[in-house]
Design a binder for this molecule. Structure first.
Ligand code: GSH
Length: 209
């Protein structure tokens, strides 16, 4: 059975949701960052990590999401098979990995971004991170104008990329002084995903484990 190593509310929530959308049997194992159990499957001590029955391990959220979408074409979660549809999926996957996710690091781990150990310095780093997250939300908000989902023509179609966005939008709600009120299309995407019973099931399972 496919096994997902995850941490509560982390970016691993994205593949967790995708596994639920796919509907094939899987096991979700809750781990602590940097724990022995996690280090045994991922030298970075980070989540998400995916393990297949034969012991094959895959790390990196973007790679895991693409792998799951391709492994289960019947779920229709890849965003499409044409050259441009694939390019769009890669574009947005990279956006979430490199631009959006990275923008949260100074907020979550400000001490990594300054050699000044004072509280004032850390506060400055957090504020810089918040600005960066707002910039990325603005890009996503503009893209979502007239769309229900991130990928696809017209109103679009649900894909693994929406699942990727979900944990990060939830973090933004928590860590930005005004939440995401300035980004109504992002809020609508958050609500659309949160309304899904499969997503609610995953959130409840993560909280209960
Ligand atoms: N580039 C990796 C980053 C994974 C990552 O840093 N995940 C966070 C949770 S959102 C984590 O495990 N942090 C713990 C740590 O780095 O010690 C990916 O996209 O999968």
């Amino acid at each position: 059975m496919t096994t997902l190593y995850y941490a509560l509310g982390a970016c691993s929530l994205a593949p967790h949701i995708v596994l639920e959308w796919i509907g094939a049997p899987y096991e979700a194992v809750k781990v602590q960052y940097g724990s022995k159990e996690l280090l045994a499957v991922n030298p970075a001590g980070a989540v998400p990590t995916l393990r297949e029955d034969d012991g094959w391990l895959l790390t990196q959220a973007g790679a895991i999401l693409e792998y799951l979408a391709e492994k289960h074409p019947e779920a229709g979660l890849s965003g499409g098979d044409t050259l441009r549809e694939k390019a769009e999926a890669h574009r947005w996957s990279s956006f979430f990995t490199s631009d959006m996710h990275a923008a949260f690091w100074p907020i979550f781990l400000p001490q990594r971004y300054t050699t000044d150990s004072s509280e004032a310095a850390k506060k400055d780093v957090v504020a810089a991170g918040q600005k960066l997250v707002q910039k990325q939300l603005g890009i996503l908000n503009d893209h979502l104008e007239g769309r229900d989902w991130i990928l696809g023509e017209g109103r679009g179609k649900r894909s693994v990329i929406d699942a990727y966005a979900f944990p990060m939008i939830r973090w933004a709600v928590k860590v930005l002084p005004d939440g995401i009120t300035a980004f109504p299309n992002v809020q609508a995407l958050l609500d659309r995903i949160a309304d899904d019973p499969a997503v609610q099931k995953v959130l409840a399972a993560e909280a209960a484990a």
